[in-house]
Design a protein around this ligand. Sequence first.
Ligand code: BJW
Ligand code: ZN
Length: 254
Amino acid sequence: MTPGELEGARALLEGARRVVALTGAGISAESGVPTFRGEDGLWKSFRPEDLATPEAFRRDPLLVWEWYGWRREKVGACTPNAGHLALARRALGGGMTLVTQNVDGLHETAARAVAGAADPEAALPLELHGALFRNRCTRCAALSEGRGPVDASCLETLPRCPSCGALLRPDVVWFGEMLDAKVLQASFGAAAAADVCLVVGTSSLVYPAASIPLATLERGGTVVEVNPHETPLSSRARAVLRGPAAQVLPALLG
Ligand code: BJW
Ligand code: ZN
């Protein structure tokens, strides 16, 4: 990333009336949260069809819960990095909608840290793929907080619904499942109303999230990408900043 490239991208963002920021696992990489498809990514050691589909959960809820329990422990020890904080500051200032594919909750933690005693609402993200630390009942769909250890030693010890007693599942979106319609509509709406879509740390391979920047392009807006590696979106971006989010975002938005 040259100083010229950084200045060009800064000018695009400063000239924008409305910005939508779409983030993926890469923004949390420097916080210690594993990505999915990188060199040490989760899908290099685990098969998504064994762990992140509704069929996998029906087949083997113990295995799926064991994996989510392990991830809750790992992600629970992570804190927002300078990239999350820079985005939260900019969003709190107004004119930016934050949309994330991440389930780690780090954007929300950053929003609350930056807002202090003020209302963090403007910097809370639209969470396309749900939340790792929330459970959903497989029978009555009631939502409940999902923190603390998971005992996946047998079916009887798995988390149960506080309302109806049925098996709980993590409130995340698995492959083949629909995304929340309201969250999806709000995300595409924000992208279609934005002059700039800032895309950070996503491989742009998973749909429908990967289509969100296209809504900005279709209305004549531009895309700015922050990612150390090339993605299928790179060729359509007006500015590409090749670097880690925790370094690039404070320089871009500060
Ligand atoms: C850094 C960095 C640093 C590293 N700084 N950057 C159209 C075409 C083809 C397929 C489909 C389609 N429409 C639907 C599909 C099927 C499927 C899909 O997209 N498949 C493709 C993979 C082929 N989509 C779905 O099934 C979705 N549902 C759906 O479409 O419903 C409608 C429907 C229903 C029934 C039948 C048919 C349609 C649901 C997708 C759910 C995705 N779920 C997961 C798991 C969430 C829960 C959990 O975490 O356990 O979401 S999978 C995983 O991928 C996770 C992520 O949110 C998502 C995206 O990954 P992301 O964030 O991009 O991470 P990586 O690892 O891929 O990339 C990291 C990037 O960071 C890299 O580029 C690095 O270079 C970069 N990086 N360090 C900045 N420091
Ligand atoms: Zn229930």
